[in-house]
Design a protein around this ligand. Sequence first.
Ligand code: PLP
Length: 458
Amino acid sequence: MEKEEAQRIKEADVEYVWHHFCSPRTYAQRPLVVKKAEGCKLYDVDGKEYVDAVSGITAVNVGYGNKKINEAMKRQIDQLSFSTVIYASSPVTALAAKKMASITPAGLEKVWFVSGGSEAVESAIKIARQFHYLRGDRERYRVVSRWMSYHGATLGALSCTGHPIRREVFEPLLIKFPHIVPCYCYRCPFGKEYPGCDLDCARALEYVIKVEGAKSISAFIAEPIVGLTGAGITPPKEYYKIIREVCDRYTILFIADEVLTGFGRTGGMFAIEHYGVKPDIMVVGKGITSGYVPLGAAVAKKEVEEEFEKTNRIFQHGHTFGGHPLACAACVANIDVIVSERLVEKGRETSRYLMKRLLELKHEIIGDIRGKGLLVGVELVRDKKTKKIFRDEENVGSKIAQLALEQGVVIFGTKAFDLGVMSDILYLSPPLTVRKEEIDKIVDVVDKSIGEVERSML
Ligand code: PLP
């Protein structure tokens, strides 16, 4: 592309596109306008190459430009460009639902298609509420969630989200949903250490249910392994068994938010599988089509949906684009690629190499390296022993990410928001197809960028 044309596009982007969760001033200093992508590589309008170490935004699980997905979408668009699940369906919508049910934990088989993660969370909240309503429990209108979590930007999903900065402007939210402490072992909210802690963070759910009144609670929602807001916080193996028991004891539905962790991201098809526990509803998005087109879903246990069938009541919810044939075609092809090319297993193997290389890094400001599969976080601290954080305005994480970008690697440098502590983190989530030499490039650039910032800080 001509230099002048590239410049014109960047100017139009800065002037007219309202970027999400993004400081306009900071973005304007260094716009990133991607023109094409292949595998794990991005190419901007100036022709500069990058390794995408965040899969777009933890969406492009199979990598960019997969021919099987592209062909499936092309075939579909020539045949049927729209259908609705409100009063009809399409062959590919039915097939996508069946495909989804074939990979979700046994029993989760009723698929409510929407257009993205936030809509999927909204749907799950409403399924839970109407489920109880139909059983005569009309007062169960609140969902418990955790701090240090993200469940979406729409107001219902934001009410569950435990991210103070994203909530602050919109408080009071529509409904005041209770939150429990995060399972943040590196900075345990109880000052304890696993395994001697008795998992107080999981037991906190029962405490909150008792305080708030079980009769007002419909569901508990959690990301099985925390995504961007905690960068790979992974609860101990007993955590979800305790959560499941508590939910069962109080007839509260357990919603697993797998929008970010689903479709092989953490080394299992879904992250909750690592814990041997079944949720009542699973919400998915992002990797359901590897981001090729927007799609999300809430997948409910048969018993949950049966409450609606039994009473012959309509679930009072729905969207124009639910089950869109193009998105469903991408979903079917994407799942076929993940399964037939053994990408969950491949991603798991590659993740061991990524973790090994990261653990070899020697930097005073690396406090914690955590995560599972290809969902990894690096927490940065001023002092390793005391875990003292950097000042907010030092923006250590984003400075490192900016340096990495200049060297051709896209990572996120952001903040983990525990109550009262805003620590800097680096976040990595490359496609499951990432190659060893690309991991080497990612880690070498991260190493160099941390080193540069470290020298300037200490
Ligand atoms: N839930 C989780 C765990 C997420 O990470 C996200 C997005 O990052 C969402 C829900 C919301 O999804 P979307 O951005 O597609 O609305």
